[in-house]
Design a protein around this ligand. Structure first.
Ligand SMILES: Cc1cc2nc3c(=O)[nH]c(=O)nc-3n(C[C@H](O)[C@H](O)[C@H](O)COP(=O)(O)OP(=O)(O)OC[C@H]3O[C@@H](n4cnc5c(N)ncnc54)[C@H](O)[C@@H]3O)c2cc1C
Length: 461
């Protein structure tokens, strides 16, 4: 149990705020974008710099207190109970090097800030569907980008990082310095330490074509069949995805679509209007779109492609990697989640992998699942009238779809972490075994044990 002297010792060692559960600031310091998750740590440290993170971890290690980390709370898939929560949102350093085509960011930086600085220089980073997500948490989980088929996973393009390991040491690591730790951090999530700074590659941006087409949900079977035929015709510089949406009567939904069941095709293409129109033509001819926003787009509007909610909401999610989207797979998915089913989920999303996502990066990393054809991702709001039904529905759909799955997940889309066997499904067996060995050496006391973490190899003694 922590006593006043412990809290004084932490406050003396750091420059950022130290907040206890009875403080009026506690709610703001622990709040997650996923409003269904209300963290209850013993104490929160609002780190202002890397030294604060190192001092906080050291302090916790001396007391054998577990340590959790949060920047935005987009990935708050489970509750932090007890221990020290390090809030990194104040680590806002951001530098772009347009010559080297790199960005260096602090652990609190969101993708939106990176794009605001890089797009005017003609460069983009490999963000996901919402640029409100934090760069570091996303990238450590592999980072499945909007432009993934063109460039691969975000983790493939990290050049170096600064990380505080469970012993409180601040290390600068890259392909040469502590190469195994560097490899396993990129895709291994927060298992081995708390990243304070990340350096990664940016990519040149020419013309950009993007947006979405929304169709009536009743035509979902035809649209999925057309999507399946259309995919192999696309070049890797085109990244589409498709989802079934049960849209709530909420402000983030365009007014004419509120309360409707629809299919949403998303399209991101590194090319011209003419080429984009030609590529999209087959999908424009399927069904009668209710809305079509695809066209030349300012890259700063890239969030309009997926239209993810921008404000915190309570949700729960789960995912699986699929072997295919063949007729049987699509039919089974529609039976469970399509028109006429009693599915309570907001989102049933299918993201094709392939292209650069299927190829290993230049440097080895922990990203697994490159052999899968599609990611299936399910998400429901924990709000009336479906609040009680969504978790069971996600479990049920994933169980029924298991014959079509590779058996693995992507850690960023895994949803609530279950037992060790369940958490291990985010990595190939070979990567998981390397991670267990690294966990034993970098975090032998299992200090970092919240969320999508694994345990080390039991010691021989
Ligand atoms: C609306 C929305 C859209 C999304 N779209 C995509 C997408 O397109 N592609 C994709 O790959 N993912 C996507 N995600 C998932 C997202 O990448 C993960 O939830 C990610 O963990 C969010 O990182 P964060 O730092 O913003 O969240 P946080 O909740 O703050 O952090 C989540 C976890 O990341 C780890 N972490 C965070 N910071 C650090 C750190 N400094 N050091 C070590 N570990 C750390 C910890 O394990 C922490 O528990 C999306 C999520 C949401 C809610």
């Amino acid at each position: 149990m922590l006593v006043t002297d412990d809290i004084h010792a932490l406050s003396k060692a750091v420059s950022g705020p130290v907040t206890l559960p009875d403080s009026p600031e506690f709610a703001a310091e622990t709040r997650a974008f996923n409003a269904a998750t209300v963290h209850r740590p013993d104490v929160v440290l609002g780190a202002e710099n890397a030294q604060d993170v190192a001092a906080g971890v050291k302090w916790a290690a001396e007391r054998r207190l577990p340590v959790a980390v949060q920047s935005t709370g987009h990935g708050a898939d489970s509750v932090v109970e007890g221990g020290l929560l390090i809030n990194t949102r104040r680590l806002q350093e951001l530098q772009i090097d347009p010559v080297e085509r790199t960005a260096r960011v602090g652990a609190g930086v969101k993708w939106r800030s990176v794009l605001a600085a890089s797009v005017p220089l003609g460069l983009v980073g490999l963000h996901g569907s919402s640029t409100d997500v934090g760069v570091v948490g996303y990238t450590l989980g592999g980072g499945l980008p909007v432009l993934g088929r063109a460039h691969g996973f975000a983790a493939d393009h990290v050049r170096s990082m600064e990380v505080v390991t469970a012993d409180g040491a601040l290390r600068r690591i890259d392909a040469e310095a502590e190469a195994e730790l560097f490899a396993l951090m990129r895709g291994g999530k927060g298992n081995f330490g708390i990243v304070t700074e990340l350096e990664f590659s940016l990519f040149p941006l020419g013309e950009f074509y993007g947006g979405g087409i929304i169709y009536p949900g009743a035509d979902a079977a035809d649209i999925l069949a057309a999507f399946r035929e259309w995919l192999p015709t696309l070049p890797d510089i085109a990244s589409p995805s498709i989802s079934l949406l049960r849209l709530p009567e909420m402000d983030f939904v365009p007014a004419p679509l509120r309360g409707q069941f629809v299919v949403h095709l998303r399209f991101a293409f590194l090319g011209t209007r003419e080429d984009g129109d030609v590529l999209l033509a087959p999908m424009r001819a399927v069904s009668s779109p209710l809305m079509d926003t695809a066209g030349p787009m300012s890259y700063l509007d890239v969030d309009q492609i997926h239209m993810d909610p921008a404000d915190p909401l309570p949700f729960t999610a789960g995912g699986a990697l699929l072997k295919d989207l063949g007729e049987e797979t699509a039919a089974d998915l529609l039976k469970l989640t399509g028109d006429g089913s009693d599915c309570p989920l907001l989102l049933v999303e299918i993201r094709p992998l392939g292209g650069a996502l299927a190829r290993a990066g230049a440097l080895p990393d922990a990203v697994s699942g490159r052999d899968a054809a599609f990611l299936l991702f399910l998400l429901g709001f924990k709000m009336p009238p479906v609040a009680e039904a969504v978790a069971g529905s996600i479990r049920g759909v994933l169980a029924e779809m298991a014959p079509h799955s590779t058996g693995y997940t992507l850690v960023n889309f895994h949803g609530e972490p279950g037992d060790e066997t369940d958490r291990a499904r985010a990595w190939s067996p070979a990567v998981y075994e390397r991670m267990r060995a690294a966990k034993s050496s970098y975090d032998p006391g299992n200090l970092l044990r919240f969320g999508h973490t694994i345990t080390g190899v039991p010691s021989a003694t």
